[in-house]
Design a protein around this ligand. Structure first.
Ligand SMILES: Cc1ncc(COP(=O)(O)O)c(C=O)c1O
Length: 365
């Protein structure tokens, strides 16, 4: 990224050698992003992150496909990120009929219920690949197969899944897919939206108009260093994905096994198998999560919920959807394991959590 902040300072829209070099770099990144998800480079639109990608997919599609007298029907799930749920609330105020599918105790939607909810005027199904709080994967292959014989498009928020688990948009039948660079070790403030050109090409209305960059779908000078960072992050993720997933799974199992052996009152949230390798959400029943966090925060980077919603007070909508009470949600911590996590760190964290948890519960009783 550094040369594109300093020496290679051209604008990819410019028709001169500096511009051409920047253009070449952005196009190489476009190919890397496309290749990570089995898309073609022409189907990638660069955005400022997954929030913008989600907004562009949902709002952009509504403007194009809906008849003003019948705004149509949209299906989503209750555990989606606010960048989908809040947009759905707004679209509902604009006359769209929104169905929010519930999830089971593991956080998965029921594929049969999705099938039963489809209507002739359903224009979009927005269901995420992996949840950001509990790591549960939705039944992606089943969703794709149900939607394959319905005209509704599938938007998939893959901010957490892209680069962590294999995703092939063509094999799964995904029409729109959101990516966030910083979730796969790229820079913050960069993302992408995959827009299928398949059945027939989807035409989204832009959220912002101007210079016509990104084929008019997303005007504005491209963030060349950010895009280069995203491209490299996708390239690295693709080459490391399998080995890294296995390594994180071993570390996660080690953490969970140490904690469950020493703390009998644990509950692991999310699906036991259909889950992201590096996300563990644990409910320490009877212990206040804020007390735990306060004691652990000096030396462990932990979170009570989603980092992207950390300004938001009140129990998590995801934990409530999988059946946790407000008290259980307040007793929940999320452990995120990643590329930098070592076995030694896992052992240290496990010991610290057991020690603090035992102390905090002794004080409380
Ligand atoms: C599932 C999911 N969707 C969307 C977002 C928003 O992504 P961004 O921060 O790139 O806008 C996040 C971020 O944490 C997320 O986890």
């Amino acid at each position: 990224m550094i040369p594109f902040y300093t020496t290679d300072f051209g604008n990819p829209s410019s028709a001169h050698p500096f511009g051409w070099r920047a253009k070449q770099a952005t196009e190489a990144s476009r190919s890397e992003v496309a290749s990570l998800i089995g898309a073609s480079p022409r189907e990638i639109v660069f955005t400022s992150g997954a929030t913008e990608a989600n907004n562009l997919a949902l709002r952009g599609l509504l403007e194009r496909v809906s008849d003003p007298h019948n705004r149509g029907h949209l299906i989503t799930g209750v555990t989606e990120h606010p960048a989908v749920l809040d947009v759905c609330d707004t679209l509902e105020l604009q006359g769209v009929d929104v169905t929010r599918l519930p999830v089971d105790a593991h956080g998965q939607i029921d594929a049969g219920q999705l099938r039963d909810s489809l209507r002739p005027d359903t224009f979009l199904v927005s269901l995420m690949a992996a949840n950001n709080e509990i790591g549960t994967l939705h039944p992606l292959a089943e969703i794709g197969s149900i939607l394959s014989d319905h005209p509704a498009l599938w938007h998939c928020d893959a901010a957490q899944a892209a680069g962590k688990i294999p995703i092939d948009v063509k094999a799964l039948g995904i029409d729109l897919l959101s990516i966030s660079a910083h979730k796969l070790y790229g820079p913050k403030g960069q993302g992408a939206l995959y827009v299928s050109r398949r059945r027939p090409a989807i035409r989204l209305a832009p959220l912002q108009e101007g210079g016509g960059q990104e084929r008019g779908i997303r005007s504005g000078t491209l963030n060349v260093p950010g895009i280069v960072g995203l491209g490299t992050a996708c390239e690295l993720a693709a080459s490391e994905m399998q080995g890294e997933a296995e390594r994180l799974q071993r570390l996660r199992d080690r953490l969970v096994s140490h904690l469950t052996t020493n703390l009998p009152q644990l509950r692991i949230n999310g699906h036991p198998e259909q889950r992201l390798p590096g996300c563990v959400s644990i409910c320490f029943d009877g212990v206040d999560g804020r007390d735990l966090l306060l004691q652990l925060q000096q030396d462990v980077a932990l979170s009570a919920g989603a980092a992207c919603a950390s300004g938001h007070a009140g129990p998590s909508h995801v934990l409530a959807s999988v059946g946790l009470s407000d008290e259980q949600a307040a007793s929940t911590l999320r452990f995120g394991l990643g590329r930098g996590t070592t076995t030694q760190q896992i052992d240290t964290v496990a010991e610290r959590v057991v020690e603090v948890c035992t102390r905090v519960s002794a004080l409380a009783s």
